[in-house]
Write a protein that binds this ligand. Sequence first.
Ligand SMILES: [Zn+2]
Length: 283
Amino acid sequence: MQGLSFFVGEEVAKKTLEVNYGPWKQEEYILISLPEGIVIAGDDGPGDVWSISTRAGTMLAVYTLLEDFLGVHWFWPGPYGEHIPYKPDASIPYLNIRNKPQFMIRSVSIGYSSYHTASFREETKKWLRRNRMGWTVSAVFGHSWSSVFTEQDFQQHPDWFALVNGKRQRPQVCSTHPAVIDRMVEHVLKGKYDIMNISPADGGGFCQCDENTKSETHKKLGIPSCTSLDIPGLLSYDGKNPAISDRIFTYANEVARRVREKNPAKGLRNTRIHFLQQSASEN
Ligand SMILES: [Zn+2]
């Protein structure tokens, strides 16, 4: 057969394939071969398609076709980074692809924008899109325990906070305390972003509560202490402080599980800090 036709867009896809693909998942796309050509469509939102915050499933399909099946690459921004192989006999295998990005946020920083020229910025926007970057959900990153748990909370509920050398102190909290988990679930559900931060405060000072020193609430409800969740004897990079990955991931998973029950669309984000350097043993 001479040449191929491209059937682009949801309406055309519906007509040619007689399948209604909507409602799409976020940034989902299809690449489907027909005897006459290829159907290309996807989840497209309003806005500038070159902006990584715009949902552009059809564009993802196009760049998947070009990069994965025709060997076109964009190694860096600008014409010099573009590689288009010369192949008069190029062929495309039979495609039956329905896919969506494995990561909701796909982003790289390419240095301080104050050093960039206007043309570099424009080329970079295109380069990011051609490399299938996207950031179509709203997210807040960074630490959050110090702002979520206030001084007033400390006065009213000292047992929510980290027990360090026998004394309760801010800003870290006791991550197995049920009221702490309740508060973080509420923080995520009420937060104005799609993905909310649930990270410990910066620095050390993590809770040292054990089975004897844990709070009365822990004892009453039979909840494990913070240190009982750590791997015995496993220290973090400094050789002094315990590696707390397991307790922090236990906490994060519990918050995630309860958030998902109420609102599966909400996400949460946990900062990886140095006391978490060792991978969690379970979970
Ligand atoms: Zn604790």
